[in-house]
Ligand binder design. Structure first.
Ligand code: FAD
Length: 432
């Protein structure tokens, strides 16, 4: 297997909106920039597939992706950063080949993933993450004629439900666990940001507003080999809805694993940054959802700030600092409005799988005090997803802190790690 070594002034981890904005800003300052992303095309979660032409694209996505293409930043796509073996160095893997990248400054723009909470039947084929099903639809999964129930929480539900309708699906209902009062109060707080209100109104018009119900959550699903129906509840009433897919996500969880590996300070599940988007580690910056769930506009603004400061050109982005403060207030109100209700902790039954990689049930996890001891005794969190799903779920269900993050962050070829032995045996021992 081939091994490549690169050097750049600014390395950007993640080619979502935050990473794209960071790369453009660093290039504008004249720096040599490399961007690494594990997807075949840039755009991250929201603009995924836009550049491949596989999916209809917003004007904003087109503009940012064109600017990115023209910026001269080097994109390493389908490439995953798997560990950080030495000072200012990461190890990435592309098609089984190792790439060592040495940087002067690093921007962590690793985004977020959905929070998936376990309930009886959640592992049945047909039950998907809301954003996950949207991503599969963007990649070509046909939804025409399919009945898709959307559930969970957050503004993302409306966006994905509207997208499913555009793909030709029938959406019998969109169910948010947040109360009507909380969502109404959040919407009212957006009066100063009419564009966001208009966007929400557009989604509601697409799905038909009476199908959007607040204060409802999934109790269980029915089906033998595949999903047949979902039972929704509001705590007093239940309703069973026949469907082909349940698209279900309980808001987002920042991808902090690479930051944690680099010893960046983490607080409330996000990488901490100062006003220049610098983390607690010298020359390591962060932007977008990795630094806290806040949506697209903030990811772009933070990305520009992080990229400029990483390139030593912070004076070019001082005008953005006030905008970021205003956006942060909106994000704080959003995260408060869509906070998870305690009833969701009662959903798993004894035989409900929590760790689907290693088949560990809710009952098997009883009696443990934290992720580490549960992991040692049950293998919970030791499968291919490395606890990204069950770890976040147990954090909510039982208050368990995430276990320490150890390399490699993803399953890799042994040949990718082996050359490290020549340089640093400790790291390799830690890795395998
Ligand atoms: C599943 C999902 C669907 C979403 N859909 C919508 C939507 O329809 N509408 C909307 O308004 N918002 C949506 N969002 C929210 C939206 O993605 C964010 O607001 C915004 O895109 C954040 O941009 P970002 O650059 O911070 O992160 P992202 O867009 O998540 O980009 C981060 C990128 O980093 C890559 N990455 C992470 N770790 C590594 C690594 N170790 N090596 C290489 N690459 C790595 C990821 O694969 C990803 O491409 C969605 C979020 C998720 C999780």
């Amino acid at each position: 297997m081939a091994e490549t070594r690169l050097h750049c002034d600014v390395l950007v981890a993640g080619a979502g909106p935050a990473g794209i904005a960071a790369a453009i800003a660093a290039r504008r300052a004249g720096k040599q920039v490399v961007v690494v992303d594990d997807n075949p095309h840039p755009g991250g979660q929201i603009w995924r597939g836009s550049m491949s032409g596989a999916h209809s694209t917003s004007a904003a996505a087109r503009k940012w992706l064109q600017r990115f293409r023209a910026s001269g930043a080097e994109l390493l796509s389908s490439t995953r950063i798997v560990t950080a073996p030495g000072a200012n160095t990461v190890l990435a893997e592309h098609e089984g080949n190792a790439i060592h990248i040495h940087y002067d400054a690093l921007v962590l723009a690793t985004g977020a993933r959905e929070l998936l909470l376990p309930f009886p039947g959640w592992t049945l084929p047909g039950v998907m993450g809301a954003g996950g099903l949207q991503a599969m639809a963007k990649a070509g999964l046909p939804l025409r004629g399919k009945r898709v129930v959307v559930a969970g929480t957050g503004p993302l539900l409306l966006a994905v439900a509207a997208a499913f309708v555009h793909e030709g699906a029938t959406v019998p209902g969109v169910f948010d666990q947040a109360s009507r009062e909380n969502i109404t109060a959040f919407a009212a707080s957006l009066l100063t940001r009419p564009s966001l209100l208009m966007q929400g109104a557009g989604y509601l018009a697409t799905i038909k507003s009476w199908r959007y119900r607040q204060g409802w959550w999934p109790l269980c699903v029915h089906g033998e080999a595949t999903l047949q129906s979902v039972v929704m509840t509001n705590g007093s009433d239940t309703v069973e809805i026949a469907c082909d897919y349940l698209a279900c996500g309980f808001h987002l969880v920042p991808n902090i694993e690479l930051g944690a590996l680099l010893h960046c300070r983490i607080q409330n599940g996000a990488i901490i940054a100062n006003e220049h988007q610098q983390t607690s580690v010298a020359n390591v910056f962060t932007a977008g959802e990795a630094a806290g769930i806040a949506g697209l506009p903030q990811a772009l603004v933070e990305g520009e700030i992080a990229g400029a400061y990483a390139a030593g050109a912070g004076n070019q982005v001082r005008h953005l600092l006030r905008r970021r403060t205003a956006l942060r207030k909106v994000a704080a109100r959003m995260n408060h409005a869509y906070r998870l209700r305690p009833e969701l902790r009662a959903l798993p039954q004894a035989d409900t799988l929590i760790c689907r990689c290693e088949d560990v049930s809710w009952q098997q996890l009883q009696g443990f005090s934290g992720m580490r001891s549960a992991k040692i005794h049950t293998r919970c969190g030791m499968g291919p997803c490395q606890g990204r799903i069950c770890g976040a779920a147990m954090q909510f269900l039982a208050g368990w802190e995430a276990d320490t993050h150890r390399p490699p962050l993803y399953p890799v070829q042994l040949s990718t790690l082996l050359p490290l032995a020549a340089h640093d045996t400790t790291h390799l021992e830690e890795s395998i």
